[in-house]
Design a protein around this ligand. Structure first.
Ligand code: G3H
Length: 542
């Protein structure tokens, strides 16, 4: 059963039988599995029970018991790291010394195995993190496309590196080589896609990987363990489960992690970095916090601005790093914008992730509705109003979106990353006020401008591009297309991820150079012609 935001009603199923048969799920026993050194094993230690954000029951529905995953010990996590270290073997292992074409072959073998578990992963995404069916399918398909695009990008990179450079009496071949053992940690909102946008490029460049799923969105990785085990040599991919502070801290403290690929909070990233005993050796690829602003200028197409701001602020309940988390609206259009924004939010469909047209679904984070309420109450106490009927209603794990007006930049709701369905709307007179807020913000990922006046837009664009890393005109903030650079300033990111940039961040340029005399030319030619080296090669990968 579904309802609209402006008419709260019972939407949780009474029994599991109320759920469409093809969307039902049973307790997921397979979650007890993990992957170390090429083997999918069954954990027999302590477990973490997984509760779905989807509640079931009469009266007061309770979160559905979805399954369990291993609560690993430090020793077990260290085994995973040791397996990755062995497979890398200081760059001498079979995987880092393999030819690019052969590594691509392994990645190609992974794709059909991944596609074979699509429906299982999609179902787990819905039940584990409350992602809607179309969004869960999109996340899966976009990730498969990302793997394919990564292979293409590596082929192009390899073709360019297949030539020899002749410079100032030297002949050299310059390629990109791996960095070592990568610890990959993705976020709960895109547990598959964001994990894979670091894990896949890291692997294909010859690194070995230990990956730890986020706190929520763990079980959905289980169907992929077998695919990893079958497609890649032992030790190239390993998993670690459990409490971050128990299993991740010691891995960082060991100094054996060469690259930290982490998408999550700036606070946790700082802790992890500092745990490494040789920080200069540690490379970091980080996707952290964001507080992207939407700015509605006078003469903006308000229909479009409302549509994009609602989508930008509330798709997947606002749980996207790229979400619009604050809207600045010019006073001259504020009343109309707010009225239409509230009407549009009021019409959004609330329900279970698999239901038709559903937009607002249960939240996976424990205690999140109550935390959102506290932040909203603070804004209301300081003079803002919830402008959409029923905004802020809590029903178990559901939080009905709340739009707040007039919000002021100093309110907590305008400062923190709410990562949920709450939208503060701040009226302004002069664009300089927007820039003042942007300048003082500790983060700088994207902004979205809505307007039609080229001069006013340009004034903001020229200033914003030095404060954030993507300015969207008349459209919401977003990461895609995945070939575009995705990064941020300040505490929003470190390193740039696009399909091709990711290949660079997980590798370093290495070259083989020789004085271009007859003897060396003969030796190098024979190394290449005789196919004695995987690095020195002029092969063209089709
Ligand atoms: O949570 C951050 C995601 O990378 C955002 O991706 O803009 O495509 O939703 P998206």
């Amino acid at each position: 059963m579904t309802t609209r935001v402006n008419a709260p009603a019972r939407v949780f199923p009474t029994t599991i039988e109320d759920v469409l048969a093809e969307m039902r799920i049973a307790y997921y026993e397979a979650g007890a599995q993990y992957l170390i050194d090429g083997q999918v094993l069954r954990w027999d230690g302590p477990f973490q029970e997984v509760l779905s954000p989807v509640c079931i029951g009469d009266g007061q529905p309770k979160p559905f018991a979805l399954g369990r995953y291993p609560l690993m010990t430090v020793e077990q996590a260290q085994k995973a790291l040791a397996a990755a270290k062995r497979a890398y073997d200081h760059g001498c292992g079979a995987w880092p010394t393999m030819s690019v074409a052969d590594r691509i072959g392994h990645m190609e073998a992974f794709i059909p195995r991944m596609e074979a578990v699509r429906e299982e992963v999609v179902r787990l995404l819905m039940w584990e993190i409350g992602k809607t069916l179309p969004d869960a399918r999109k996340e899966f398909d976009r990730t498969v496309a990302y793997v394919r695009e990564t292979i293409q990008a590596l082929k192009e990179l390899d073709r360019r590196s297949s030539q020899f450079a002749v410079e100032q009496g030297f002949v050299a071949q310059i390629r990109r080589s791996p960095l070592g053992v990568v610890l990959c940690m993705g976020p709960y909102n895109y547990p598959l896609n964001e994990t894979f946008t670091t894990l896949i490029p890291a692997l294909i460049m010859g690194n070995t990987v230990v990956f730890k799923p986020p706190k929520y969105g763990v079980l959905m990785h289980t169907p992929l363990l077998r695919a990893f085990a079958e497609a890649f040599p032992p030790g190239v991919v390993n998993t670690v489960y459990g409490e971050g502070r128990v299993v991740v801290g010691p891995l960082m403290e060991s100094g054996d992690v060469d690259v930290l690929a982490f998408i999550g909070s700036a606070r946790v990233a700082a802790v992890l970095k500092h745990q490494h005993p040789r920080p200069n050796r540690l490379r970091c690829v980080l996707g952290l916090e964001a507080k992207n602003a939407g700015v509605v200028l006078p003469h903006a197409d308000l229909e479009l601005a409302v549509k994009e701001c609602v989508l930008g602020a509330l798709s997947y309940n606002g749980q996207r790093c790229t979400a619009i988390k604050i809207v600045f609206v010019h006073r001259s259009v504020a009343d109309t914008f707010c009225r239409r924004f509230a009407e549009t939010v009021g019409q959004l469909v609330v329900g279970m992730p698999w239901e038709e047209d559903v937009a607002i679904t249960p939240l996976p984070e424990e205690g999140k509705p109550q935390w959102l309420k506290k932040v909203v109450d603070g804004a209301v106490a300081s003079g803002a109003k919830i402008i959409n009927p029923s905004g802020g209603t809590i029903d178990g794990t559901l939080y009905y979106p709340a739009a707040l007006y007039p919000a002021r930049p100093e309110m907590e709701v305008c400062q923190v990353e709410q990562f949920g369905p709450v939208t503060p709307i701040v009226p302004y007179e002069d664009e300089q006020e927007v820039m003042n807020w942007v300048k003082s913000s500790p983060v700088g990922q994207q902004a979205a401008l809505f307007g039609s006046d080229p001069e006013r837009l340009s004034w903001l664009v020229d200033r914003l591009v030095n404060q954030v890393c993507r300015v969207n005109i008349n459209s919401q903030c977003q990461r895609g297309p995945d070939t575009f650079p995705f990064t941020g300033r300040k505490d929003s990111a470190e390193g740039t991820l696009s399909v091709s940039d990711a290949l660079r961040v997980f590798s370093i340029r290495s070259l083989v150079a020789a004085k271009a005399n007859d003897t060396n030319q003969k030796i190098v030619s024979e190394m290449v012609r005789g196919r004695h080296s995987n690095f020195l090669s002029t092969d063209f990968i089709f």
